[in-house]
Ligand binder design. Structure first.
Ligand code: CP
Length: 333
């Protein structure tokens, strides 16, 4: 299941990664995937190339390979999830890993057990990988320091969601052939979004022209230092865009009011067919989900011809298979 050097070179060039005679890599550094911040452009391209091969497995009548047979993966979810948890579990099963799901509501966390004690008890059963979602920024990093198993960050607070950014990049690459020099507009609740932080790092590492747009109350201070253009005008953000990525209003992370009402938010920042018409004729519309229809995005747009929102979900399985394979090793498929 290794990406060949020829496919890796071609894909590296498509992705807007390093030139074909630049440094190449065939493995990830370290035992964990904690954030896009730790990945070089070469490692990002390696994951995307490996996901290309993994996607082919999902198109077979029998969607299963023995690659991670004998490996154990624990999915430890302390926050709700539909897409990430399900796609990790499907990815693990397609690679023949033994998988267990632990949700905070049905674990001893409800009796007051700490994250560290929970993890150390799971470690006593010798898993190879732990996939962690947690409401606290830095939770995955904390676990990585105390666990021998590899830790995959499935979203930690408002910090990072690396596999979401990787599946977004994979989807963009499928449609556009690469990421370099594309105008990508990211619009919505920037302040509370781990998807924003991971995507900005990935897209800028691969050479995209990233614009971020949201209300001034939800604009992270100093965001422009990450190499993006910031604006409070959605019309400016989407003008000529190749990709529009809408972000969810994250009410669960807000204390107090950040905008007057949903109706007014939609009027100023909602993605409507009229606003889509300002973008490139072959624009793709993305959303990590779950969507607030009629708040950040109109249903006609979410379900319309430019939407790749469900493709993102499909690609999430292939990208997570790639990450699991590259971190856990395993046998050739
Ligand atoms: N995109 C995403 O993380 O969705 P879930 O919260 O459903 O996993």
């Amino acid at each position: 299941m290794k990406a060949t050097s020829a496919t890796a070179t071609a894909a590296r060039s498509r992705a807007g990664g390093p030139p074909s005679d630049g440094p190449k890599t065939t493995r990830l550094r370290g035992k964990d995937l904690l954030g896009i911040s730790q990945l070089s452009p070469e490692e990002i391209v390696l994951i995307l190339d490996t996901a290309d091969a993994m996607k082919e497995i999902g198109a077979r009548p029998i969607k299963k390979v023995p690659t991670l047979r004998g490996k154990t993966v624990v999915n430890l979810f302390f926050e709700p999830s539909t897409r990430t948890r399900t796609s990790f579990e499907i990815a693990e099963k397609r690679l023949s890993a033994d998988t267990l799901n632990i949700a905070s509501a049905t674990s001893s966390v409800v009796k007051g057990e700490t994250l560290a004690d929970t993890a150390l008890n799971i470690m006593a059963m010798a898993p190879d990988l732990i996939v962690l979602r947690h409401a606290a920024s830095g939770a995955a990093d904390f676990l990585a320091r105390i666990c021998r198993a590899g830790i995959i960050n499935a979203g930690d607070g408002a910090h990072e969601h690396p596999t979401q950014a990787l599946l977004d990049a994979f989807t963009i690459r499928e449609h556009k052939g690469g990421l370099s020099r594309l105008k990508v507009a990211i619009v919505g609740d920037l302040l509370h979004s781990r998807v924003l932080r991971s995507n900005v790092q990935l897209l800028t590492k691969l050479g995209a022209d990233v614009w971020v747009c949201g209300p001034p109350t939800m604009m992270p201070p100093g965001i422009e230092r990450l190499g993006v253009t910031k604006t409070t005008s959605i019309d400016a953000a989407v003008e000529g865009a190749d990709v529009i990525m809408m972000l969810r209003i994250q009410l669960e992370r807000m204390e107090g009011a950040f905008f007057p009402s949903f109706r007014e938010y939609f009027a100023v920042f909602g993605l409507t067919p009229d606003r889509v018409a300002r973008a490139q004729p072959d624009v793709i519309i993305m959303h990590p989900g779950p969507m607030n229809r009629g708040v950040e995005i109109a249903s006609e747009v979410a379900d319309g011809p430019y939407s790749v929102i469900l493709e993102q979900v499909t690609n999430g399985v292939a990208v997570r298979m790639a990450v699991l394979y590259l971190l856990a090793g395993g046998i050739e498929a």
